[in-house]
Design a protein around this ligand. Structure first.
Ligand code: XIL
Length: 379
């Protein structure tokens, strides 16, 4: 993992000298404090939408700018790892909510919306991440299924009244639109596991917004067609719940999260029109949509990006923000981190070889061109 040394204790010109190089196109460090950013923060723009970031409490330890900027400039915090299976249920019979609680507490302190992420996920292409612990994989199918619904119930009921939103099931499809044959799927050998995960979430917190989340589905494709069909099925399935003392039936699904891990190299952007048409298919079902993990990785050499790529990246951020703004049912955007200092893209160089610099701020918390273009697009 790439981790720089803490820069928060340094001020003025010392920052540039001690904290690494300035990205071309990054704002000069003419700021009063090391964590200051010019202009209105994203959280105050895009009225009616929540513009937030993924958050990990450990990144805030000894790094003042991480906590300060996350708390000041963004309207919501989402658990980056805090509600993943290997974090909350690392060993049999033991639950660990310390990380998720820390994110919830930070959001409360900062008067922010709190969202929980990716309860049921087993990325087949990244088994090395160990998201589903071995003891869970080894359970017989019926028990693994029961473990799944219990886990959803436990996590969602714990954060009922605190979290506004949860991405209940993450990345259920392969690129061709088939269901991933992952550990959760193996319990039912069908999409039944997804229906049951959502049912458990709805019963545990009837008013929490329940999202289905997927990557590489921003345009119309076999994969997004399958996502649409599943979304319709979940929307059409209702369950009886009790809200404010009244019994009513609610659909299992409120919205769809499009991860939006975008590529910002030359000619790598999907057509805006294709994304617009795709989003409309989901909102026409009465569903909310959200960009849940937006970042824009660009070509880098020795960790540095060129000015042209940074400008193109700024345009991609603006395009995504504009799309959300123009879509009445887009609830907002969650960035998958906001600084290149703490970025899953640079944490996994083998996965994203030749790419980096994906976030809005550089590794020294200086605004990249994307910071301004994003804010203009949100206004
Ligand atoms: C990533 C986190 O950022 C990493 O810290 C963790 O090690 C693995 O997961 N799609 C998702 C996110 O839905 O949950 C992933 O987050 C990135 C890809």
């Amino acid at each position: 993992m790439k981790r720089g040394r803490p820069c928060a204790i340094l001020v003025g010109a010392a920052i540039a000298a001690a904290c690494g190089t300035v990205e071309p196109g990054a704002s000069p460090s003419n700021r009063a404090g090391p964590c200051d950013l010019a202009g209105p923060p994203p959280r105050d723009l895009a009225e009616g939408r929540t513009i937030g970031t993924a958050y990990r409490s450990v990144f805030a330890d000894g790094d003042r700018c991480y906590a300060e900027i996350a708390g000041r400039d963004f309207g919501s915090l989402t658990t980056e790892i805090g509600t993943m299976t290997n974090t909350v249920a690392p060993t049999p019979g033991r639950f660990d909510f310390r990380e998720a609680d820390a994110v919830a507490d930070a959001a409360r302190r900062n008067h922010q919306d709190f969202q929980i992420h990716s309860l049921i996920w087993d990325p087949l292409d990244q088994q090395v991440w160990g998201i589903v612990p071995e003891y869970v994989r080894a359970l017989p199918d019926a028990q693994r299924h029961r473990f799944m619904t219990d886990l959803v119930t436990k996590v969602v009921s714990r954060y009922a009244g605190r979290a506004s939103t949860v991405t209940v099931v993450n990345e259920p499809f392969d690129q061709r639109g088939g269901l991933q044959h992952n550990a959760w799927w193996r319990s039912t050998s069908s999409d039944e596991y997804i229906v049951e995960a959502f049912r458990a979430a709805r019963l545990a917190a009837p008013t929490m917004k329940l999202l289905l989340n997927e990557h590489s589905s921003e345009t119309i494709s076999d994969k997004s067609n399958a996502l649409l069909a599943l979304s319709k099925k979940l929307r059409d399935t209702t369950v009886e719940v009790n809200v404010d003392g009244k019994t009513e039936r609610r659909p299992l699904l409120d919205g769809v999260g499009f991860q939006a891990h975008m590529l910002g190299g030359p000619d790598q952007q999907p057509r805006t029109e294709d994304m617009r048409a795709n989003l409309k298919r989901f909102t026409d079902l009465g569903l909310d949509v959200r960009f849940t993990e937006l970042d824009v990785r660009i070509p880098t050499k020795d960790g540095r990006a060129g000015a042209e790529d940074l400008q193109r990246q700024a345009r991609v951020y603006a395009t995504m923000a504009g799309l959300c703004r123009e879509t009445a049912r887009c609830t907002g955007i969650t960035f998958w981190g906001f600084t290149d200092r703490h970025s899953w893209i640079t944490d996994y160089p083998a996965t994203f070889s030749g790419y980096g610099s994906a976030n809005l701020l550089d590794a020294d918390y200086r605004a990249k061109p994307a910071w301004d273009s994003l804010r203009s697009a949100l206004r």
